[in-house]
Design a protein around this ligand. Structure first.
Ligand SMILES: Cc1cc2nc3c(=O)[nH]c(=O)nc-3n(C[C@H](O)[C@H](O)[C@H](O)COP(=O)(O)OP(=O)(O)OC[C@H]3O[C@@H](n4cnc5c(N)ncnc54)[C@H](O)[C@@H]3O)c2cc1C
Length: 285
């Protein structure tokens, strides 16, 4: 993890002024920011072309150079503390007298069912379908989107992640290059992938930065989103069945805190009323 900060960029003063409400929020919550004009931006981030009128650096934001490596580090730490992984593509969830059973029907998976007293469904965008067999209706929507990566031949194009408000893209320096990502497309989880948004943001990003002519990789996925933009963390009406899902486009960042919150709820060690706003009961689950 890098203490890099996060730089929001505005191509003209109108869009900067339109974001005044965000600056009010930073102030209200004592979030450290530095405002920069075009000259200061040039010296702070020399890789940027001169298309920006204003920028705001959010000092306290962290970023990661390799999300995959971070998740592997979490997994290694979990094992080091005595955790155990069992991998199974779950097709069946059944209520049993003493708890729950999960099982796979896949012929390829010669694995016995797993029995447990407490079951947490934390299957991201797949959670909706997975619990539908329990007659539970998750009003989950899917924010489709993706990113492209470009290997840097020489110096990195950027030193901090940027969010170009008018160009509608995010660009982040990663381990061996640059990653750009686009906004969201509300669609079904399994809808075919479209390159339209990624093509548009690649065009915008080239107005701001120099980077390799062609992408080394592209990835698309579905972000699990609830109608009120809040995750589902907590007990359901079914005894012993818990949910931890619906983290929309920020679950990579908020997932660890959600897991801690859920663990505290499960051992009855959480009296923080703010967790009520994440309760599955708000959707009658
Ligand atoms: C393009 C894109 C960019 C994103 N960028 C960011 C970002 O910059 N910052 C950020 O914080 N978040 C980002 N996110 C969002 C983030 O990825 C999600 O919010 C997060 O992954 C949710 O975590 P999760 O553990 O709940 O679900 P997931 O990470 O989706 O994990 C669910 C797991 O359940 C498994 N699973 C599903 N069905 C079954 C089954 N039947 N049996 C067994 N296992 C099953 C899946 O294989 C998967 O491993 C992005 C998402 C996308 C798609």
């Amino acid at each position: 993890m890098r203490h890099s900060g996060w730089l929001k960029l505005y191509r003209n003063s109108k869009s900067f002024n339109n974001a005044q409400y965000e600056q009010d929020i930073y102030q209200q919550f004592n979030i450290g920011t530095v405002q920069m004009d075009s000259v200061q931006l040039r010296s702070f981030e020399p890789g940027l072309k001169e298309i920006y009128a204003q920028g705001i650096l959010i000092n306290d934001a962290l970023s990661v150079a390799s999300p995959g490596a971070l998740v592997q580090a979490y997994a290694a730490e979990f094992k080091r503390r005595g955790g155990e992984f069992k991998q199974l593509k779950i097709s069946h969830i059944q209520k049993r007298p003493s708890g729950w059973m999960v099982a796979s029907q896949s012929a390829a998976e010669n694995t016995s069912p797993i029995y447990c007293q407490q079951l947490v469904v934390a299957a991201g965008p797949w959670s909706k379908q997975l619990i539908s067999q329990l007659k539970m209706r998750l009003p989950m929507l899917f924010e489709r989107g993706g990113h492209r990566e470009y290997v840097s031949a020489g110096a990195q194009a950027l030193s901090v992640p940027i969010h170009d408000i008018d160009g509608s893209f995010v660009a982040s320096p990663i381990a061996n290059g640059l990653r750009i990502s686009c906004g969201v497309e509300l669609n079904s989880r399994s809808a075919g992938h479209s390159n339209t948004q990624l093509d548009l943001v690649e065009h915008s990003a080239r107005q701001a930065l120099n980077f390799a002519d062609s992408a080394s990789s592209q990835w698309q996925g579905a972000r699990p989103t609830m109608p009120d933009s809040m995750p589902l963390i907590g007990a359901t009406k079914q005894p012993g069945l818990w949910l931890n899902t619906g983290h929309q486009h920020i679950g990579f960042s908020t997932g660890p805190a959600s897991a801690e919150l859920l663990a505290n709820l499960m051992v009855g060690d959480n009296h923080d009323l703010t967790t009520n706003c994440f309760a599955p009961s708000r959707f009658n689950l």
